[in-house]
Ligand binder design. Structure first.
Ligand code: SAM
Length: 215
């Protein structure tokens, strides 16, 4: 009899645990799925269009990084492109410095945000345009100022594309991740907010002078 009471008690406490755990697990699961959903909504849209090795997630420029970028563009004018413009913060900073700006962005949510911000802050489309386009498949030859805050793994490929397409008078600003083989013109800031400036004419002539490794 004692045994059977203990068994009943054990069964009772066991069933209590199983009654609580599925609810807890379901809530935790739902919470994580929700968080992942929100995260992927902002970071992932448009990614299907880009090959795996070229995928770069969204990470906004800090205030210092934006200031460092603008410092390296001082004295320059003309057309500017931000390769992956995110919420548009670099484009807005550059357009208020007088550049005629384009931001290419594949994340449609960020694109809607940047376009709305342009409209509610009264920035005309002649000064700042946000285009839903993959910059890897876009001709960049009409830009004489380029900003790239991307990822270390894509900088080599980007260097090849920019060398093929940009005019000699173009300046390229790389945020946080420098180009692996390009001679640096100047830099601003330090640590994660450091930005790097390259003048395409100088890059081309210095690369031409470098001995070819197969010779
Ligand atoms: C590191 S974030 C930089 C965002 C913004 N430039 C800034 O500094 O705040 C890189 C951005 O590039 C976008 N992106 C990545 N690959 C792209 C591509 N092939 N074409 C257009 N945008 C791209 C991402 O969606 C993301 O918003």
């Amino acid at each position: 009899m004692e045994d059977s009471i203990e068994m009943v008690l054990q069964e009772h406490s066991g069933s209590n645990t199983t009654r609580h755990h599925p609810v807890l697990s379901a809530c935790t699961g739902a919470l994580f799925t929700g968080l992942y959903g929100v995260w992927s909504l902002f970071v992932m849209p448009g990614f299907r269009k880009v090959p795996l090795k070229l995928k770069v997630p969204y990470l906004p420029s800090s205030k210092d990084q934006t200031l460092n970028t603008m410092k390296l563009l001082e004295g320059r004018t003309g057309r500017l492109v931000d390769l992956g413009s995110g919420d548009g913060r670099l484009v807005f900073a550059a357009s208020s410095a007088g550049f005629k700006c384009t931001g290419f962005e594949i994340n449609s949510i960020l694109l809607v945000y940047a376009r709305s911000k342009a409209s509610w802050t009264g920035v005309p489309s002649s000064q700042a345009t946000f285009v839903n386009k993959d910059f890897w498949t876009t001709d960049l030859s009409s830009y004489n100022n380029v900003i790239a805050f991307l990822a270390p793994g894509v900088m080599g490929l980007l260097a090849e594309k920019l060398l093929k397409e940009l005019p000699d008078d173009a300046r390229v600003i790389a945020c946080r991740f420098p180009f692996p083989d390009w001679p640096l013109q100047s830099s601003a800031g330090s640590g994660l907010d450091k930005t790097f400036a390259y003048d395409i004419g100088s890059v081309r002539s210095l690369l031409r002078k470098r001995p070819n490794p197969v010779d």
